[in-house]
Structure formats: structure tokens, C-alpha cells
Design a protein around this ligand. Sequence first.
Ligand SMILES: Cc1cc2nc3c(=O)[nH]c(=O)nc-3n(C[C@H](O)[C@H](O)[C@H](O)COP(=O)(O)O)c2cc1C
Length: 147
Amino acid sequence: MFCLVYTSKANADFGLQKVQEMLVKARDSNAQQNITGCLLYFNERFIQYLEGDEITVKELYAKIEEDSRHSEVKLLSQSRIHNREFITWRMAFEHLKSENSDLQYLKLLVATFFENPENSLSPNPTSIEFWNATKLLLTTKYADKSA
Ligand SMILES: Cc1cc2nc3c(=O)[nH]c(=O)nc-3n(C[C@H](O)[C@H](O)[C@H](O)COP(=O)(O)O)c2cc1C
């Protein structure tokens, strides 16, 4: 098992509706390929966590890197893992927009990984990187608002 996290910038014409259309196909394909994970969309940027068989994840990432709907694709972290973090999520998606839902979502992330011992005995380095990047995105968002 293997996981990786990357960030990228959505192209100007790749808006929320198109992202959701893309996800319908992506989820079918992920289910077939046994890929799970999470995609966050915030301020026209993506951060995605993918996990599954190593070759399958790397092949998907290679396709995603070439996808013309986004640019500035940057690998943040990758590692071998023993267990999935997102057992049932073919590709969870969160569009971070309203303050309240952000806070609830962040709480959910933290709860899942750091408070529920059954789900998170030892978060892997990539998932920690992912949550750190997620928190950074949210922090930036709140900093922007108060400026
Ligand atoms: C931000 C972003 C996230 C994506 N996530 C996935 C994904 O989780 N699974 C997937 O199959 N395709 C995903 N895609 C789409 C792939 O880049 C690619 O279009 C898809 O795998 C179909 O490729 P194919 O038709 O060449 O097989 C994503 C694309 C973008 C821009």
C-alpha cells in the first residue's frame, strides 16, 4: 500500500461544477482501481491525498500530473503505508467556502486522525503532511479574511 499528497492550481475555466463532474468519473474509476482518498478545493487550489496499490497510485498520479485542467502540480509527500486512512471514501471532496463548514470539516479531520484511536493508531507521514497542508490552507484563508 502506498499514499501520496500533491497540490495544484485549478485552471481558470475549471470551476466547481466541472470539478464535481470530473469527480463522478474519478470515483467510478477509483472504485475499480481500489483507490481511496480525499480532495480539497480551496481558492482555486487543490490538495489531494491518494492511497492504494503503489503502482496504481503512481499511474494515477502520472495521469493527474498531465491533466490540462490544472497546473503547478507539486508532490508534497509520498510513503508506503500498512493501512488505508480512507477505507470507504472513493474520493471524498470538500469545497472549502463557508466559515462554519470549514471549521466543522477541520474538526472532523482532527477527530478522525488524532482523537479516534481505532482509526488513527499511527498516522502515516503523508497523512500528517496532508493535514498540515490542509491546516495551512485554512490558516491562510482566515488570515486573508482578517486582513
Ligand atoms: C484535481 C484533479 C483530481 C483528480 N482526481 C482523480 C482521481 O481521484 N481519480 C481519477 O481516476 N481521476 C482523477 N482525475 C482525473 C485524471 O487526471 C484523468 O483525467 C482520469 O484519470 C482519466 O484518465 P484517462 O481517461 O486517460 O484514463 C483528477 C483530475 C484533477 C484535475
